[in-house]
Write a protein that binds this ligand. Structure first.
Ligand SMILES: C[S@@+](CC[C@H](N)C(=O)[O-])C[C@H]1O[C@@H](n2cnc3c(N)ncnc32)[C@H](O)[C@@H]1O
Length: 208
């Protein structure tokens, strides 16, 4: 996948839909908020991948008022809305692709909600290795996202995306199955992986 192109597509898509975003995503706020239960109680610094308008960070800061967050997103409009929320002075906003930004090291947790279902397995593996390297021992990667049920559906997503890219379209979701995602996490180095799945939430928690 051409990641530069994909990032531009994401930025344009979310910038154009900024006015309707929160109303739409508040409908699934329970799933976003659930990630807070998996953040280690003594966590001091986290990274949020594809932070958007920061809906998930509202609950994070209720439970962890002093935590430091690096909030990364390619969409400047989404980040403007996050800034306007004034959730905390402890949030550092980064307007860049999480594929390009240097995560550095010793993070207590890397979190993400509804942001990683746009990349192919090869690119996800690179990202998961980068996340693994950025965590301290015992640190966790918590990903709340949506997944497809079968490899056939997975393939259809990527085929449809290819056809759309050739045409005029800008956005197409390409989710993996949760099992495929877990395989990639194992390949990236994670050995302790928990799946939290209900009708409303699908969360994968991988501990280093
Ligand atoms: C569906 S929104 C989720 C936002 C927020 N996490 C939430 O749950 O409400 C996906 C976000 O991921 C961002 N995104 C997509 N690809 C990205 C990339 N490569 N680097 C940084 N942000 C990215 C988009 O700009 C968008 O704001």
């Amino acid at each position: 996948m051409d990641l530069k192109k994909r990032s531009r597509e994401m930025k344009d898509f979310f910038n154009e839909r900024i006015d309707e975003y929160d109303d739409l995503h508040l409908k699934i706020i329970k799933a976003k908020e659930k990630i807070v239960d998996f953040i280690p109680k003594d966590a001091k610094n986290i990274i949020d991948l594809g932070t958007g308008t920061g809906l998930q960070l509202i609950k994070v800061y209720k439970e962890f008022p002093n935590i430091k967050t690096i909030a990364i997103d390619v969409s400047d409009e989404m980040l403007k809305k996050l800034e306007d929320r004034h959730i905390s002075d402890n949030i550092t906003i980064v307007n860049e692709s999480f594929f390009d930004y240097d995560f550095c090291c010793c993070r207590d947790a890397v979190i993400s909600t509804q942001a990683l279902h746009h990349f192919d397995p090869k690119d996800k593996l690179v990202l998961f290795k980068k996340i693994y390297d950025s965590l301290k021992e015992g640190g966790v990667f918590i990903n709340e996202d949506y997944y497809v049920e079968s490899l056939e559906e997975e393939k259809k997503g990527f085929d449809d995306y290819k056809n759309l890219v050739k045409g005029e379209g800008k956005h197409y979701d390409t989710p993996l199955t949760i099992e495929h995602e877990i395989e990639l996490l194992k390949e990236a180095g994670f050995s302790n992986i928990l799946k939290y799945v209900t009708d409303e939430e699908k969360i994968v928690v991988a501990t280093k």
